[in-house]
Design a protein around this ligand. Structure first.
Ligand SMILES: [Zn+2]
Length: 351
């Protein structure tokens, strides 16, 4: 990819000039569901243990319409690796995740993104400011060496931690997409409104700012309008595909009256199934968000390829997976095709 180096930093912005960019996220949840990653610590050891599965999921998301292959380095930072006793694998895991993503991006023509995220170390004192900057710098350094088109900094509930991540990225000259995680209260942990935090990020040089994770479509959308009114740069929205609501605005705050024996006392993270949005709801969200000026769209924890395809189609795209988009006209009982068995079609109301 050396020959593309001079133009590589602008590939994301070029794509955004042409129209919305779709970025599938949610690798942790999907690989946990498939049985290759442990809920709790949520460390992507699967990158080293089953690299072929990570590549496969990248391919599935691109097939479904993702314009971005995001290296699976979410929670592959020093603090998490230390927590699971595998700090010695930190660099190897990061480099491997970047190699996997780079190969899929090269094969498919998708954008290749590095990824850094919330450290869970930041507490707004000088020691933690230094510690998180070092953690970001080492991961961003590996991403630069791998030749990423841009770097995503995501899921920051502290606005200041997001700003430190941004500085780590912009120092390299690469474009930065920085998204905040807004929990039950519509503010960052230091009390900034989402629009205030996004304005600070935009002013500090982020190319794309916005929100990811934590909130579902219904409780993320209202925050986006306020951000749009405050910032001029590209805006990102990657909700979780769960039916959060005004009383329970985050996916951690959802409670399930239909099942009382949850091992963790709440549906998050392993029993969120009954709250899963259908693909049409994600399509609606993508359309609504794009209408108010969001140009970088995706889905976070809980996303499946069917959600990504719905986002792509809502934006007028026909990704390869659209070949298999539902066509009920030939359904044996519910279809309209004249060649279908009439008796079955007449039985449709009794299904
Ligand atoms: Zn997420």
């Amino acid at each position: 990819m050396a020959e593309s180096e001079p133009t590589a930093p602008s590939r994301l912005l070029e794509r955004l000039e042409q129209g919305p960019v779709i970025c599938a996220e949610g690798y942790l949840f999907e690989l946990e569901r498939r049985g290759y990653l442990q809920a709790g610590a949520f460390v992507p050891e699967v990158v080293l243990e089953h690299p072929e599965l990570v590549a496969q999921l990248h391919h599935e998301f691109v097939h479904a319409g993702s314009d971005v292959v995001e290296a699976f380095t979410y929670y592959a930072h020093r603090e998490k690796m230390r927590l699971v006793g595998k700090e010695h694998l930190l660099e190897q895991l990061n480099r491997q995740a970047l190699t996997i993503a780079k190969e899929v991006a090269a094969e498919t023509g998708a954008l290749f993104a590095g990824d850094i995220c919330n450290t869970n170390v930041f507490v707004a004192d000088d020691a933690s400011r230094r510690a998180v900057r070092e953690m970001f710098d080492e991961q961003v350094g590996w991403a630069v060496e791998a030749g990423v088109d841009f770097v995503i900094g995501e899921t920051f509930s502290w606005g200041e931690e997001a700003l430190i991540a941004l500085e780590s990225i912009t120092t390299t000259g690469l474009p930065a997409v920085v998204t905040l995680a807004i929990h039950q209260e519509p503010e960052t942990r230091e009390g900034w409104t989402p629009e205030e935090a996004c304005k600070r990020l935009a002013d500090a040089g982020a190319d794309v700012v916005g929100l990811n994770c934590i909130r579902g479509p219904k409780t993320m959308l209202p925050l986006l309008a306020a951000i749009r009114a405050r910032v001029d740069c590209h805006l990102a929205a990657l909700p979780v595909p769960y039916r959060t609501n005004d009383e329970q605005p985050s996916f951690q705050s959802l409670r399930d009256p239909g099942y009382e024996d949850l091992p963790d006392g709440r549906p998050f993270p392993t029993a969120l199934d009954p709250f899963t949005c259908n693909r049409h709801e994600l399509g609606d969200f993508a359309r609504d968000a794009h209408t108010i000026g969001v140009s970088y769209l995706g889905v976070c924890c809980g996303a499946g390829p069917h959600h990504i395809r719905a986002v792509a189609e809502a934006l007028g795209r026909t990704p390869p997976a659209s070949r298999y988009t539902a066509d009920m006209s030939k359904h044996a009982f519910l279809g309209t095709d004249k060649r279908l068995n009439t008796e079955n079609r007449e039985y449709a109301d009794k299904l």
